[in-house]
Design a protein around this ligand. Structure first.
Ligand code: PEP
Length: 251
């Protein structure tokens, strides 16, 4: 399975800086055996696409979506609008949105279903807090969050859903989760996927996110159970993100 390397800019880079990032990243020598994407602010899609020109790397994706297709949802963006923007994937349920912006499990499951309906690949973020891990509840939380996020779907409808295991305590903290601990949580996520989707659930990607950088990326992607990484802070500089991509695939 090709590994995913997905950048998450979070709330950085409006159109001017986004265009410059893409132009600089296009100068990077990138491994051909990886799938590389960048999750960008909605406002920056047009600039990023025009800087991308005919290049097919990186894919562009969004960081959030509304579950409804149209209507009285002031300030929101629908899956159909994301498609018009050229978003091939969309992060859903990032812990920053859960913790800072009041996103609930129910909202996340509706967003996942709406994206799948629109054939946009959801990257569903799940992960426990530090307190939950200390209490030995990590597996229980990961299982419950993922089961709930998928609850609006009967089948994957041909969409290659991606799960990002992102322990909250590892995000932006400089304290990444040990690959072996991450592997255990990935196995929990895989079990949920297989129970839900049968054979399709065996091949969906389960990636890791949380303080991954150029020094640590290879440890994750060389672990069989880890199908790639979601990279926040270390993706903000296009050269640094190019280094992460090369380190992920040193061959
Ligand atoms: C993220 O925002 O999803 C993330 C993993 O951030 P960081 O790499 O900065 O921990």
């Amino acid at each position: 399975m090709r590994k995913y390397i997905i950048a998450n800019w979070k709330m950085h880079y409006g159109p001017i800086k986004a265009g410059a990032w893409i132009r600089a990243f296009r100068r990077e020598r990138l491994p051909k055996d990886l799938d590389i994407g960048v999750a960008i602010p909605h406002i920056s899609f047009a600039a990023a696409r025009s800087s991308l020109g005919r290049a097919s790397v990186p894919w562009l994706g969004a960081q959030n979506v509304c579950w409804a297709e149209e209507g009285a949802y002031t300030g929101e963006t629908s899956p159909g609008m994301l498609q018009e923007l050229g978003s091939t994937f969309c992060i859903v349920g990032h812990s920053e949105r859960r913790l800072l912006l009041g996103e609930t499990d129910e909202m996340i499951s509706k967003k996942v279903a709406a994206l799948v309906h629109q054939k946009i690949q959801p990257i569903i973020c799940i992960g426990e807090t530090e307190v939950q891990r200390k209490k030995g509840e990590a597996s229980k939380i990961v299982r419950a969050q993922l089961t709930s996020a998928l609850s609006g779907l009967k089948s994957a409808q041909g969409v290659d859903i991606v799960i990002a295991y992102e322990p909250v305590w590892a995000i932006g903290s400089g304290k990444p989760c040990e690959p072996n601990d991450a592997r255990q949580m990935h196995e929990v996520a895989r079990d949920v996927l297989k129970k839900k989707f049968g054979k399709d659930g065996e091949t969906m990607r389960v990636i890791y996110g949380g303080s991954v950088d150029v020094r640590t990326v290879h440890e994750y992607v060389s672990t069989t159970a880890i199908d790639g990484v979601l990279v926040g802070g270390a993706s903000l500089d296009p050269r640094a993100f190019g280094l992460v991509c090369r380190a992920a695939s040193p061959a």
